[in-house]
Write a protein that binds this ligand. Structure first.
Ligand code: AMP
Length: 559
């Protein structure tokens, strides 16, 4: 547990003995401080000790093992002896995620991480293994397959990580894991990460870990009472839809004053821009700002000069605001204590506050941990539907009209109504005027539904990932109309992924994902296929908003 008071962003990471280049990589990613599992697991990992860590997905566990193992790699070694670390994971999705994380953190070292899982081309994996990699992230079955074919050699491996070990055992990989561990050189470091520590995990730990550092983060503290006055609700939303979902939730909740907590500076900046673009008075607060800037932002928020404060934990530490009606966790906090601390900022002085948490489908366990620690249930909400939003918008319109009626400054308009009333029913005239007002407010877009997922324990991703590409014919066939290609002036260089483009279109233009076709990501631009009849509308919406926090050029693709 960190109880630092320093607000120097990287100070926490700097105490963990990590290479300075890694520290810069973390700063660039917008990380402000290590998570509890990182604080506890990185030092023993750096010392080369075996580690037994209890940590669920969403606690930052990937970086907890990925950062230290990057110290062991040496990309200049010949391919046959280059492999330094093997990470075993239960699923293909996790293999890809971990590989991506290692790539992100280890770019500065020229680290190469290869995900190896079943169902993908064996030949391609063999070719990559032959060229030489620093870290292999594999599902046990496929790893064993390669070992038997002699296309994967473990003789140079120094670190082995068993990630989500309990899941691997549940999936029946126990024997495969034993066989793989038996192939490792006698001298190696082993780290076992698991969300739970049932007997079968302890058994593996006892036979394979030597004098391990044991790291457990979640303390079974009873924190009930402190959160009693707060209505707690969580929405389970796939990552690509989080921004759109939060915007929708806020539109319906209409908070008077809210703090939105994010994990990284980057997230804070992106979210602030998105919400400002939707007309909220939102301000960013993070460790990248000077103390002066931070003071000013907090002062404005306290004086109700802004409605939404988008903040990282570090920057919001010590912030005590009496009038906060809503606390939003844009990501599930790393630990229950932090959750309780955050939501304690609302529901003051006998008033009911609201705590809203957005969780990705795979983070369901973190929600359960919080429920267990607070002994309170968190309701799972459904993201307001398009119909809910329309109802809410109509209610707001009704209230606005009621206010105008009360002000009674309508003389300028009465003659028009009289004129129209000669030919039309007064009721119809009023309805038409309302329609005009609504249109002006909301544009012509009909809001579409954002997929909401209920967390399920067994299904790791909770929702079926959309295939990365659809062929043009399939897509046109599905949409049943002409297809247009849109050029978006952002690509790999800005770390754009297909999900960002799809998310932006779905969120900003309210186009259902099923109507969005193939996305091709280039270095500096991307091309996405959309229904021809929606193309101009999408271009207008995307041009007026941001992708990953950046304004980008959007037009029809001429190629
Ligand atoms: P994991 O539990 O490894 O799946 O990580 C959950 C998420 O937290 C990932 O999106 C990471 O990029 C992010 N993350 C990990 N460590 C930190 C940190 N120290 N600060 C901010 N974000 C982090």
């Amino acid at each position: 547990m960190t109880k630092r008071t320093s607000s120097t962003p990287e100070a926490g990471f700097a105490t963990l003995g990590l290479d300075p280049r890694l520290l810069s990589a973390l700063t660039a990613l917008g990380y402000e401080e290590p998570t509890p599992i990182q604080l506890a697991a990185i030092p023993p990992m750096r010392e080369g000790r075996d580690v037994l860590a209890q940590a669920a997905t969403g606690t930052g566990k990937t970086a907890a093992f990925a950062l230290p193992l990057l110290h062991n790699i040496d990309p200049t070694l010949p391919p046959k002896v280059r492999l330094r670390a093997l990470v075993l994971v239960p699923t293909r999705e996790l293999a890809m995620q971990v590989a991506e994380a290692i790539h992100r953190y280890g770019k500065v070292f020229g680290a190469s991480a290869l995900p190896v899982y079943g169902g993908a081309s064996m030949e391609q994996q063999i070719r990559s293994l032959k060229r030489g990699v620093d870290v292999v992230i594999a599902t046990p079955g496929r790893a064993l397959d390669h070992i038997r074919r002699k296309t994967l050699f473990l003789s140079s491996v120094q670190v082995v990580v068993l990630d989500e070990a309990d899941e691997m055992l549940d999936m029946g990989f126990a024997d495969d894991i034993e066989t793989i561990l038996g192939e490792l050189p006698a001298e190696h470091q082993t780290a076992l990460f698991s969300a739970t520590l049932p007997a079968k995990i302890t058994k593996i730990a006892n036979s394979h870990l030597k004098n391990p550092a044991v790291v457990k983060i979640e303390r079974p503290s009873v924190l009930a009472g402190e959160t009693a006055k707060v209505r707690q609700v969580a929405y389970v939303v796939p990552r690509a839809h989080k921004m759109a979902a939060l915007a929708r939730i806020l539109d319906v909740e209409a908070p008077e004053s809210a703090i939105v907590f994010c994990r990284t500076r980057t997230e804070v900046d992106q979210l602030t821009e998105t919400l400002m673009a939707r007309g909220y008075r939102a301000e960013a607060l993070h460790g990248g700002l000077s103390q002066d800037q931070r003071d000013r932002v907090m002062k404005r928020f306290r004086a109700k000069g802004s409605d939404l404060l988008i903040a990282t934990d570090v920057a919001a530490r010590g912030l005590d605001v009496k009038h906060v009606t809503h606390v939003v966790n844009y990501d599930v906090p790393w630990e229950s204590e932090s959750y309780v601390h955050r939501i304690g900022r609302t529901g003051r002085m006998g008033r009911e506050g609201v705590a809203i948490t957005l969780a990705e489908p795979r983070e369901h366990r973190l929600l359960r941990n919080i429920e267990a620690a607070t002994k309170q249930k968190i309701d799972i909400g459904t993201v307001p539907t398009a119909a809910d939003l329309r109802t809410r918008q109509l209610e707001q319109l009704r209230d606005q009209v009621a206010r105008l009626l009360a002000e009674d400054e309508l003389d300028r308009y009465r003659p028009i109504v009289e004129q129209l009333a000669e030919e039309h029913d007064v009721m119809d005239i009023a309805a038409a005027a309302l329609r005009m007002a609504a249109r002006k407010d909301e544009g012509e877009a009909e809001p579409m539904d954002i997929p909401s997922v209920t967390p399920r324990g067994g299904d790791r991703d909770g929702f079926a990932p959309r295939p990365a590409r659809q062929s043009r014919r399939e897509f046109a066939g599905k949409v049943g109309g002409a297809v247009a290609k849109i050029y978006v002036g952002a690509g790999r260089k800005l770390k754009i992924r297909p999900g960002d483009i799809v998310g932006a279109i779905a969120g900003e233009a309210n186009i259902p994902i099923s109507q969005i076709g193939a996305v091709q990501i280039g270095d500096r631009h991307s091309i996405v296929e959309v229904p021809e009849d929606k193309a101009n509308f999408i271009i207008a919406k995307l041009s007026a908003s941001t992708i990953k926090g950046k304004k980008v050029r959007v037009r029809r693709d001429q190629s």
